[in-house]
Ligand binder design. Sequence first.
Ligand SMILES: C[S@@+](CC[C@H](N)C(=O)[O-])C[C@H]1O[C@@H](n2cnc3c(N)ncnc32)[C@H](O)[C@@H]1O
Length: 194
Amino acid sequence: MSENLITKTTVWAMEIVGRYVKPGDTVIDGTMGNGHDTLALAKLVGPEGRVIAFDIQPMALENTKALLEAEGMKDHPGIHLILDSNANVKNYVEPGEDGIAAILFNLGYLPGGDKTVTTTKEETLRAVSDAVERVKPGGLVAAVLYSGHEQGAEEKQALLDWAKELPAKAFHVAYISMWNQKKCPPEILLITRK
Ligand SMILES: C[S@@+](CC[C@H](N)C(=O)[O-])C[C@H]1O[C@@H](n2cnc3c(N)ncnc32)[C@H](O)[C@@H]1O
């Protein structure tokens, strides 16, 4: 293993997501950003699979397109880049529609972009609660949480409070926290549907 997963939270999250995804699957990237997760998901699902990726900023779509092109994935027929809020996933994916294997949210702001445009508590709660309805049984919803800025701290708390109340008969919820770090390091929330 080349990466130290405990210090590279986003890599750790993708490593876990990878356990739930196989070639040919459909997955959702709830926060496209600069496209690193979209690219990694596209590699996991392969040429027969589908990645539906959302962002509210045109710059995210441009950066993601550029990354996919640089990686030779521009013509992948199953990658759909959507300029819309992840809270509107329901307009694109019906509950239970061909079984979404995994849905990933890497919350916060666009690295290298406008730091005032971040995911918000309200939109993210809508998006993640919709996501748990759309992921197939045995599938995974994963969120990387950033509490180092005010909105991120509120968003994290709202998500944790909501996830704690998910019925244990229908969902398993796990929360990965970097226990001894002082500066609000990223954390991971994981939800799987039974
Ligand atoms: C931390 S970045 C994502 C990083 C990305 N996954 C990557 O691999 O580069 C968070 C992204 O969420 C986007 N975002 C904010 N609110 C959103 C919303 N309601 N729906 C979808 N994306 C949103 C931001 O524009 C930003 O690009």
